[in-house]
Design a binder for this molecule. Structure first.
Ligand code: BGC
Length: 550
């Protein structure tokens, strides 16, 4: 079993002061490719809710849902909260995440042993197959199989694209990449929502909505074919000369010795850290606090209920009596708030820190959910329609919720798990985060419409309760990680009021080791060695540093 994919961090980029990193055309094209990967993920999140509200689509694939709203006994028999309560509809949405979960387990192996390009090409082919099958679907099984194919693509693209991007970009541009990927996801969501809005009255418009996922997939395919392999991947697989050559072209200079040496060293080190050891280490006392926090954050991000909104907002508004057109318009507004608020996070995360954003976002989300629940309880009356003014009010409150998510748990739900991994546990830790996140995305996708039917307005209170709990969790258990270099993360936990007790005597060992290292470094600096600069936001591996299952 080989180790995780090497990624340069502050700890491993020893010669950073000597890098000559220019922003070349190559790098810009790479960023566009990365966007295609994020866009695809977002597109697949945002597209389903809209097409599920199309009557033609319902009639063809989900006749029970159509009849519940339009059939002869519709008004008499169906509780509006239950209009869309259909297992098959939920499978259509959520199957993608189950497939993504499975493929992300294998993607690490392919990425490491066969390279980033081939992983991108395979991901793009899955996407193209999925988009084609969905666009041409005649039966429900074709729709679901298409989603499964898309899911295989998502699992791979989420793994390889941020990694590739971080390896190709000059070091100083790597900081915010994790968050830029999240931004691309939110843009993908709104693009999907806009397309749904645009084609809502077209005959077979849903085919276009589902099929257009092929456009970014094609871009990803071209990227995979035309772009060079990453220097890290080449060096790691023993193609040292080619690796150096690509690095020179990427950086626009032949003076790449310092960076080349660092990549080589990081790759050698990662080669020694076996995934099995990485997993084992995570369950030992000195490392387990970070594992617990990683898993909790990955799971709790989905219990904010964000995907109840992202997957199903058109059907929620439709259930509450809004027309298809205004439901889809509301969805677009919510998508726009999601994008803009993600920018807020990118710009402020290093100023305010992670804890502040998490806690502020939590208070905002919980308040908005409680207001939504209470308003629905009071106002959603006998005529099965929300009064117009109230519907606008609900839209505003849902926007407040989404904004809170988009500047807190959205990006931070990925950033923090990747920041709190030590070099030893990184591969296994990030793999755990992705798997858990996808698992609970699946659970929420599969359960929400049934929960809405049985809990009615109470489902918003249910998610609010989770958000309150998770906000307390952050308050008590997450040390601030802003500006903490990777090699000092563990010390943060070792000094934390709770985790220090959890670690037991190991906490003191961690602190002692850090003090020795700091003293050695200071001595080195006095002799003229370059100091470590403070780490910028996101000085970390991308969200899916691989779990290698070789
Ligand atoms: C989450 C997704 C969610 C998206 C919304 C991401 O961080 O992982 O599940 O749909 O944010 O913008």
């Amino acid at each position: 079993m080989a180790g995780g994919v090497p990624v340069l961090t502050r700890a491993s980029a020893l010669n950073i002061a000597e890098y000559e990193g220019k922003l070349t055309w190559y790098v810009i094209i790479v960023a566009l490719i990365a966007s295609a990967g994020g866009l695809l993920f977002g597109y697949d999140i945002g597209i389903t809710g809209g097409v599920e509200a199309f009557e033609e689509f319902q009639q063809k694939f989900f006749p029970d849902v159509y009849n519940a709203k339009h059939g002869p006994e519709a008004q008499a028999s169906t509780d509006p909260y239950c209009t869309y309560n259909d297992q098959k509809l939920q499978v259509f949405t959520s199957s993608l995440f189950l497939a993504g979960l499975v493929s992300s387990l294998f993607a690490g192996h392919i990425t490491r042993h066969f390279g980033r390009k081939i992983t991108m090409i395979i991901a793009a082919l899955w996407f193209l197959a999925g988009a084609g099958l969905n666009a041409g679907a005649q039966e429900l099984w074709m729709l679901v199989l298409g989603r499964v194919f898309l899911g295989f693509g998502v699992g791979m693209a989420n793994q390889v694209v941020p990694l590739y991007l971080s390896e190709m970009a000059p070091f100083k541009y790597r900081g915010g990449l994790n968050m830029l990927f999240q931004l691309a996801v939110t843009i993908g969501i709104i693009v999907a929502q806009l397309i749904n809005y645009g084609v809502q009255d077209w005959s077979h418009g849903w085919r276009l909505s589902l099929g257009l996922a092929a456009v970014p997939a094609f871009v990803l395919l071209l990227g995979g074919i035309l772009l060079p392999e990453s220097p890290n991947s080449l060096i790691e697989r023993g193609h040292l000369d080619r690796g150096r050559h690509v690095l020179e072209r990427l950086r626009g200079t032949t003076n790449v010795h310092a960076e080349y040496n660092d990549i080589k060293e990081a790759s050698d080190t990662a080669g020694q850290i076996k995934l099995r050891d990485s997993w084992k280490a995570m369950f030992t006392r000195p490392y387990s606090p970070m594992l617990v926090v990683t898993c909790m954050i990955a799971m709790l991000q989905q219990w904010t209920g964000i995907n109840a909104i992202m997957f199903y907002v058109p059907v929620i508004f439709n259930s509450l009596g809004s027309s298809k057109k205004s439901s889809l318009l509301n969805t677009v507004i919510i998508g726009a708030v999601n994008v803009v608020s993600t920018f807020v996070s990118i710009l402020s995360v290093d100023k305010f820190g992670r804890r502040f954003l998490f806690i502020e976002g939590g208070v905002q989300m919980a308040s908005a959910q409680i207001v939504t629940g209470v308003v629905l309880a009071k106002e959603f009356g006998a005529d099965n329609k929300l009064p117009h003014g109230t519907a606008i009010g609900v839209l505003v409150v849902i926007c407040v919720f989404v904004a809170g998510f988009a500047w807190s748990w959205g990006p931070l739900g990925w950033l923090v798990p990747s920041e709190i991994q030590t070099l030893e546990t990184r591969a296994a830790g990030m793999s755990a985060a992705v798997t858990i996140n996808f698992l609970f995305s699946f659970v929420v996708g599969q359960a929400f419409l049934t929960m809405l039917c049985s809990m009615r307005w109470g489902v918003f209170i249910f998610f609010a309760a989770w958000v309150v709990l998770m906000t307390f969790f952050i308050w008590f258990f997450l040390p601030e990680t802003k500006g903490v270099p990777v090699e000092r993360i563990q010390v943060k936990f070792a000094k934390h009021w709770f985790w220090s007790k959890w670690m037991g005597p190991a906490a003191q060992d961690v602190i002692n080791r850090d003090e020795t290292r700091t003293a050695t470094r200071k001595a080195g600096q006095m002799e003229g060695a370059a100091p470590y600069p403070a780490a910028p936001a996101g000085d970390m591996p991308p969200r899916t540093v691989t779990a290698d299952v070789a």
